[in-house]
Design a protein around this ligand. Structure first.
Ligand code: THU
Length: 137
């Protein structure tokens, strides 16, 4: 279980990652940071495309970068959306992809540029995930 200090640090990494966002169409920057089981942190940002549907969210970018670096288990996630006052959580597609590599008790924090932050879990974001039991390793 990640400590409050770890979650604070993870959120700072997510905030930093948002600065690299390529979001000229929505102008909505997102940064995501994953705490890997071995203690490393891997971050990602959203990358949009002029063919809008090809855009990728920060959360999936972070997951794919982590897997490409050999990490497959994550204990916590932080998401920063500095262009919104209120917290914005992962989209449905990202919830599904995150749940491939994170257990239902994995912690999630998301926040915008205001004081409000949401603290939750993967299980709360993707409840009744019956497919979870069927997945390989
Ligand atoms: N976006 C993310 O990167 N993560 C989220 O959790 C919500 C949405 C991106 C997709 C698009 O580039 C922009 O935010 C506006 O939807």
């Amino acid at each position: 279980m990640a400590s409050k200090d770890q979650m604070d640090a993870l959120f700072r990494e997510a905030r930093k990652a948002a600065d690299a966002a390529y979001a000229p169409y929505s102008k909505f920057r997102v940064g995501a940071a994953l705490l890997c089981e071995d203690g490393t942190v891997i971050a990602g940002c959203n990358v949009e495309n002029r063919s809008y549907g090809l855009s990728i969210c920060a959360e999936r970018n972070a997951v794919f970068q982590a897997v490409a670096k050999g990490r497959r288990r994550f204990t916590a996630l932080a998401v920063s959306t500095p262009d919104s006052a209120t917290p914005v959580g992962p989209c449905g597609a990202c919830r599904q992809v995150l749940s491939e590599f994170m257990g239902p008790d994995a912690q999630v924090r998301f926040g915008g540029n205001g004081p409000a932050q949401v603290e939750t879990t993967i299980g709360a974001l993707l409840p009744l995930d019956s497919l979870h039991d069927l997945k390989t390793p």
